[in-house]
Design a protein around this ligand. Structure first.
Ligand SMILES: [Zn+2]
Length: 421
């Protein structure tokens, strides 16, 4: 499947391609737009109101900057805010720059019966302007679903859900489709990515626009024109690394990404995780444990885990093998159920905690812990599950209580791993 263009991207490992594994999301509770913060119920009674609000205040500060897209001026403000907060807590900070090429949508759509329907090119999609018949794919586009229809030389249309965008695109291309349309399974538009580039153009449609078209294609033969207009540019991202002066080799690395997707203020994805990591740092600052922990705000996650991939790529093997754990926090601001997945030795440890967190066996999800896991670092991924506002303009809300609960659970895990309980 690898086209010549993509293989040339792979050669320049210093400039990695756009690759996002989407993280699936969920509905929210309280709004955080403007200056409103809902007072947390302070599950941790020993936490002062000011302290109990710190993480929520961090989320508000990051959300108020607008969408935090990697390589844009907003990221200068976001990184400056984080650096200032880490320094106020007593930590030394450094910026780790990295660069990668990014595909940008210059306006993509499809035309059917002289009607133009606007959509979004998925990251990693091939550019293309082509006309062909439209074939509806049953269910969610598993291999067995494509086997039920003839999509050779046609454009496939399928619903979002269950399997990753990249799997749907792989199955479509393997079945001979020359293009793919993915229809949202929730109201509104969505952005997403496929992983290292694909040979066919792939367009996302909102549920409102896409579902009627999918239903029509199930009933009748349609001819459409698919226009995926994308350009490529080099993006420079900046990881923010914080640790106490002189701590060159941590035992634990705690992280979360601080970038968001185009058009989304990213309160839950992922100002929530960024704020929890910062709040954990504040809590540990004046304790001996801080001598063994690094805190990292990763950039470029939404474009393909670029910040965490750059961190692992540039770390020496001794540094990585000395890590007892990488704890990643992504989308921890809404939904009551906190989940932890990852390396069994660490999930087993989480299972011993007397805290409201459940462990998930099997798949570890797709976020910044993945490059560390690939480098054999034990990992834990903390997430609160589905979010209907994921990657939309409505991702404006988190719950201060859940941020504080996540912080306390993260601190408990660190104490357990470092045997300081
Ligand atoms: Zn995220």
């Amino acid at each position: 499947m690898l086209s010549l263009l993509r293989s040339s991207r792979l050669i320049f490992s210093l400039v990695s391609t756009t690759l996002i594994i989407g993280i699936t999301g969920c509905p929210q509770s309280v709004s955080l737009s403007g200056s409103e913060i809902v007072e947390p119920q302070s599950a941790q009674s020993n936490v002062s109101p000011a302290a109990a609000n710190r993480a929520a205040t961090d989320v508000q500060a990051l959300v108020s900057l607008g969408p935090r897209v990697a390589g844009t001026p907003v990221m200068d403000q976001a990184s400056a805010y984080l650096i200032e907060e880490y320094r106020k807590a007593g930590y030394a900070t450094k910026i780790q720059p990295f660069s990668y090429s990014k595909v940008e949508d210059q306006g993509s759509n499809l035309i059917v019966e002289r009607t133009t329907i606007t959509g979004r090119a998925l990251n990693g999609s091939e550019a293309g302007n082509l006309s062909a018949s439209l074939v509806a794919i049953p269910n969610v586009g598993q291999i067995s679903d494509f086997e039920q229809v003839n999509v050779r030389g046609a454009i496939a249309i399928v619903e979002r859900g269950e399997i990753r965008f990249s799997e749907k695109a792989t199955n479509a291309a393997a079945a001979g489709a020359v293009g793919l349309i993915i229809v949202n399974n929730a109201p509104g538009d969505f952005s997403g990515s496929l992983g290292d580039g694909f040979d066919i153009p792939v367009l996302s449609l909102s549920q409102e626009q896409g579902r009627p078209l999918l239903k029509q294609a199930e009933r009748e033969q349609l001819e459409i024109t698919l226009n995926v207009n994308i350009t490529e540019r080099t993006v420079t991202g900046r990881n923010i690394i914080a640790h106490l002066a002189g701590v060159d080799q941590p035992s634990i690395l705690v992280g979360g990404h601080y970038d968001s997707v185009q058009g989304s203020p990213g309160a839950n994805d992922n100002a929530s995780g960024t704020a929890v990591v910062l709040e954990m740092a504040r809590n540990l600052a004046n304790t001996p444990l801080a001598q063994q922990v690094w805190f990292v705000a990763f950039d470029g996650e939404e474009d393909g885990l670029h910040g965490s991939r750059a961190f692992v790529r540039e770390a020496d093997s001794q540094f990585l093998s000395n890590l007892k754990g990488m704890l990643n926090f992504d989308m921890v601001g809404i939904n009551s159920a906190l989940q932890a997945s990852g390396t069994p030795t660490l999930t087993a440890l989480v299972g011993t905690l007397d805290q409201p967190v459940s462990t998930v066996e099997g798949g570890i999800g797709g976020s910044d812990h993945v490059p560390f896991a690939s480098a054999d670092v034990p990992v834990l991924f903390f997430n609160r599950g589905q979010d209907a506002n994921y990657h939309t303009p409505n991702d404006l809300q988190v719950e201060a209580d859940l941020l504080n609960e996540t912080t306390q659970i993260g601190l408990d895990v660190i104490r357990q791993v470092l045997g300081s309980r």
